[in-house]
Design a binder for this molecule. Structure first.
Ligand code: CP
Ligand code: NVA
Length: 302
């Protein structure tokens, strides 16, 4: 089954070919060319347990651009919200639709859907990972700085779901990833062990100066993800804010990336996110094209 659950499930070649496809679809759309309609006559169910702007709209528009029909399903409006099992929901939806996309709290929910669905399943963010975001971010890096191997990226802040997918991407594409954050918010130990045993060039540090030095891409994310308690996070992450002073030590042509939504004045200052090095809206746009490539791959074997 062609599930898109996490980047580490794929070979570098498979991921690169999806990125190339996304870049081609973007170019075709910009030049007004028509492209293939791999979702013609097909329906994609999109289940949301959490809010979303980019994922929801970019998937919905992407499905339409590929000739398909999107169904937006809030988990609370399904019997799932009243306690119907995830297994039965996956089996039933598989009888109606051709692809299931899900954004959920527990990663286990995603895995259970994938195990019981008889159609491809796409991870649209869990507490553990956010691979669709990374496909858009990788497309953005290619657009600004060319081939991914050998590039350098610095991540500032929480070792959260987006950081997890960054680590998987760094291993698969052979770029250096420097993660600067408080030690007690480090990414999951099992993933770091996997990254190291697979030759990943991953640096964990609490020294922002080490992370930023001449780096090509600077990335951060909210300090309080959906489902997290704020606790002492504001104070804990304050030293890792991305601001103009920090950006000065990055490479001259460095870009700033953020999956959005952003909290200006917290993880990033307005000066940086609204400044000339910011690539955040290219990233957001690339969600559309990267996900069209993912959708096309999901249905290409069926
Ligand atoms: N970056 C991202 O996934 O945004 P949404 O939560 O708006 O979908
Ligand atoms: N880490 C953030 C990403 C939002 C797109 C969250 O999970 O809330």
């Amino acid at each position: 089954m062609r599930h898109f659950l996490d980047l580490k499930d794929f070979s570098t070649d498979a991921l690169q070919s999806m990125l190339d496809d996304g870049l081609r679809m973007k170019a075709a759309q910009k030049s007004g060319e028509s492209h293939a309609m791999p979702l013609a006559g097909k329906t994609v169910a999109m289940i949301f347990e959490k809010p979303s702007t980019r994922t929801r709209v970019s998937f919905e528009v992407g499905v339409v651009q590929l000739g398909g029909t999107p169904l937006i399903l809030s988990a609370n409006d399904l019997q799932l919200g009243r306690g119907e099992s995830v297994e039965d929901t996956a089996r039933v939806l598989s009888r109606y639709v051709d692809v299931i996309m899900i954004r959920c709290f527990q990663h286990e929910t995603l895995l259970t859907v994938a195990q019981h669905a008889t159609v491809p399943v796409i991870n649209a963010l869990t507490q553990r990972s956010h691979p669709c975001q990374l496909m858009a971010d990788l497309m953005t890096m290619i657009e600004y700085h060319g081939p991914l191997a050998g590039q350098s990226v610095a991540w500032f802040g929480d070792g959260n779901n987006v950081a997890v997918s960054w680590i998987e991407a760094a291993v698969r594409f052979g770029f250096q990833l420097r993660i600067a954050g408080p030690q007690n918010y480090a990414p999951p130990a099992d993933l770091l062990a996997w990254a190291r045993s697979n030759g990943g060039d991953i640096i964990l540090t609490d020294e922002v100066g080490l992370a930023i030095d001449k780096v090509q891409s600077v990335v951060t994310d909210v300090w309080v993800s959906m489902g997290n308690d704020e606790g002492s996070r504001r104070a804990d992450f304050a030293p890792f804010q991305v601001n103009a002073e920090l950006m000065k030590a990055a490479a001259g042509d460095a870009i700033f990336m953020h999956c959005l939504p952003a909290w200006r004045g917290m993880e990033v200052t307005s000066e940086v996110i609204d400044g000339p090095q910011s690539a955040v809206f290219d990233e957001a746009e690339n969600r559309l094209h990267a996900q069209k490539a993912i959708l096309a791959w999901c249905v290409s074997g069926n």
